[in-house]
Design a protein around this ligand. Structure first.
Ligand SMILES: [Zn+2]
Length: 162
């Protein structure tokens, strides 16, 4: 299912378990996360509905490296892929990256205008990511959430949105 967040920002939500995927159309086509493998065909259908093929995606940003977020990364072999490791090389001046360890050590959030893409760090209704998986840290996620509270955004786009 495609939800239009803004003229150039779309949210894809899927039937099977997996993260939401966000498409931001700037001078390039940017995806935030890729969902789980079980949602591959739905993801491709959603892109097609917006007139895009996987090869039209120029940049993929992973909010963290869990299988339900990076499951379809192999579809985007034409894209530059960014995660925690190389995110400082990302050349999208419209984006501000916030490193938010806690759910995983490599969790990041992305601020674009008044939209915060929060991965699995925070969810709607005050929810937050679990910290009992590998690399999780309760203390770190609380620090990260404090940092996010200082950020000025109006629209929250989390990794899971029920
Ligand atoms: Zn996760």
């Amino acid at each position: 299912m495609i939800n239009k967040i803004k003229d150039n920002v779309f949210q894809f939500c899927f039937k099977q378990f997996g993260s939401c995927v966000y498409l931001i159309k700037l001078n390039k086509n940017i995806l935030i996360d890729t969902g789980s493998k079980s949602n591959e065909s739905e993801l491709l259908d959603n892109l097609k509905e917006l007139g895009l093929d996987a090869s039209d995606i120029n940049t993929v940003i992973l909010t963290h490296t869990h299988y339900d977020h990076n499951g379809n990364i192999d579809l985007f072999d034409k894209a530059e892929v960014y995660d925690y490791e190389n995110i400082s090389d990302l050349d999208v001046p419209e984006f501000k990256i916030i490193k938010t360890p806690g759910h995983t050590e490599d969790s990041i959030c992305i601020l674009y205008k008044d939209i915060l893409f929060s991965g699995d760090t925070i969810f709607h209704k005050g929810g937050r990511g679990r910290t009992d998986l590998a690399g999780g840290s309760e203390r770190e996620i609380l620090d990260s959430i404090k940092r996010l509270e200082k950020i000025d955004y109006n629209i929250l786009c989390p990794g899971h949105d029920d």
